[in-house]
Structure formats: structure tokens, C-alpha cells
Ligand binder design. Structure first.
Ligand SMILES: [Fe+2]
Length: 157
């Protein structure tokens, strides 16, 4: 089994760490801004996402030190769009989640057939993040709407 290129792997892991930490801040921030009838369940959902991002950041940070490298203290880009509209919040979250997903795919490409544990971790995270993106996509659909928002954007009516 070929060795991993530690420098490249740590670079991607640090970008993932920064992006997950940005997720913690973003979801927490948005959870304060939910007003209206849906406030209670949506606020809890956003807080759960913040907790999940923190868990992911912690797992990634542990991997970085396991590899004998230094974890980044930086945080990924945060966009304050000053939005209070749930659909915009969800769309912005979906965009950020897709960025994270692409980073986990980058990680998988770097560790595939080189490290069983890191490959397993990358696949597991891709699974979790894809399910999450699918869930957000469903939240963005109107009742009865079967096409995904990605499909809708690709071929507008
Ligand atoms: Fe995540």
C-alpha cells in the first residue's frame, strides 16, 4: 500500500477544520435569527447542525494531530448576508455544505488505497454530509415538489 502524502493530507484536513468551524459559527448565528411560527423546531435544527459541525471539526483536528501536524486556528469564510429569511439561510447553508463535501472528496482522493482508516473516515463523512445536503434540499422544496433544487436550477421551468 502506497504511503499518504502527509503534507497534502494535512493541508486538506486543515481546510476542512476551518470550514467545519465556520459551520459552528454560521449555524449558531442563524439560530438566533429565526422568527415566526417555525422558530422552535428550526432553531433546534440549526443548533443541532452547529453541534454536528463542532463534532466534525473535533474529529478532523484529532486526525491532524494524529498525523503529527499542527491544527489551524483559523476559521473558514463567513458571509453575513443579514438575512432573516429561512429559505435564504438554508440555501446559504447548502452552499457551504457543498464546499465541505468537495473538501472531503478531495481528502478521499488523497488517501484512497493509501490509508484504510483515513479512507474510511473520508467516506463516512461524505456519507453524512451528502445525507445532510439532501435533507436541506428537501427543506427547500415546496410540498409535493419532487425534483431536487439542483435539478430545478439546471432546468428552470
Ligand atoms: Fe460537517
Amino acid at each position: 500500500m502506497a504511503e499518504i502524502n502527509k503534507e497534502d493530507v494535512v493541508a486538506v484536513l486543515n481546510r476542512i477544520l476551518e470550514s467545519e468551524l465556520a459551520g459552528v459559527v454560521r449555524y449558531t448565528h442563524y439560530s438566533f435569527l429565526v422568527f415566526g411560527f417555525g422558530r422552535i423546531p428550526i432553531r433546534s435544527w440549526l443548533r443541532e447542525q452547529a453541534d454536528e459541525s463542532l463534532l466534525h471539526a473535533q474529529q478532523v483536528g484529532e486526525w491532524i494531530t494524529t498525523l503529527g501536524a499542527y491544527p489551524s486556528l483559523a476559521i473558514g469564510p463567513l458571509l453575513d448576508s443579514h438575512t432573516f429569511d429561512i429559505a435564504s439561510i438554508l440555501r446559504e447553508s447548502l452552499q457551504a455544505e457543498n464546499v465541505a463535501l468537495a473538501l472531503y472528496r478531495e481528502l478521499l482522493a488523497l488517501v484512497e488505497d493509501r490509508s484504510v482508516a483515513l479512507e474510511e473516515f473520508a467516506r463516512q463523512m461524505i456519507h453524512v454530509e451528502e445525507m445532510h445536503a439532501g435533507e436541506v434540499d428537501k427543506m427547500l422544496r415546496r410540498p409535493g415538489e419532487m425534483t431536487t433544487s439542483a435539478e430545478r436550477l439546471a432546468s428552470p421551468p
